[in-house]
Design a protein around this ligand. Structure first.
Ligand code: ZN
Length: 235
């Protein structure tokens, strides 16, 4: 190889290396789940209007209970014993699906409930997650997950809740039937981050999405003041 050819060859290698090196960050960002957009703190979200607040209290607990009883499990489970002795059998026996953290929501350690719901309620949670993410995208906000804090309760769970919480109804609860769950009003997680963010902005966005789904006849939503929960029963 003569000198000129050799120089050309070296230059070619250098250029190729440079192009390759400069494309690494692009490649990396395409593969990694980056969270684009503003943080919730960088946006302003209007507070709920009187009408919106009214919509969130239109269907009281009685509606939730009647609906859950009509569509959900035949009768409440007495305790978690059955689940504890055969967790694998449990879902199959009652035709319930286990839910776990996904890209839309996070389930903290549950003390007074089990992470099981009937299929339509599981599907609804994903629908809600998708609609919430779409709304965030529309507002230029990065992706956040909401937190599902109470799911399927047994009679024993309800009894122990009653001691701590005035909102837990004494004898009956829609949480017995596999169609009802609670979402934290203010606890969210930025996607890819395990540290919770407490925010009323995301709460209001999520509540607006829920009002829309309620208007479409997909669910009943009840804003529980004292527990800071959003109580949802799937129709
Ligand atoms: Zn509830």
């Amino acid at each position: 190889m003569n000198k000129r050819k050799k120089r050309y060859h070296t230059r070619k290698i250098l250029i190729t290396t440079a192009i390759f090196a400069s494309s690494i960050p692009i490649l990396f960002s395409a593969l990694s789940p980056t969270n684009k957009g503003k943080t919730e703190a960088q946006v302003s979200v209007p507070v709920l209007s009187k009408n919106e607040n009214r919509a969130l209290r239109r269907y009281n607990n009685n509606y939730h209970l009647k609906l859950a009883q009509a569509k959900g499990l035949e009768k409440p489970l007495v305790s978690k014993d059955e689940y504890k002795t055969s967790p694998k059998e449990f879902g199959r026996r009652y035709d319930l699906d286990k839910i776990t953290d996904n890209k839309y929501y996070e389930i903290p350690h549950l003390t007074n409930s089990l992470p099981y719901l009937q299929e339509p309620a599981v599907e609804f949670l994903d629908l809600l997650g998708e609609a919430f993410c779409d709304q965030l995208e529309e507002l230029g906000i990065r992706k956040y997950r909401f937190s599902v804090t109470s799911i399927l309760r047994t009679i024993e769970d309800q009894k122990s809740l009653r001691k701590k919480n005035v909102n837990a109804t004494p004898n009956n609860s829609s949480h017995y039937y596999g169609r009802t769950f609670d979402i934290s009003q203010t606890r969210f997680f930025e996607r890819g981050n395990s540290k919770p963010v407490y925010t009323y902005r995301l709460r209001n966005i999520l509540l607006r999405v829920l009002i829309k789904l309620q208007t479409e006849g997909k669910c009943y939503v009840l804003l529980e003041g004292q527990t800071k929960c959003i109580h949802v029963t799937v129709r």
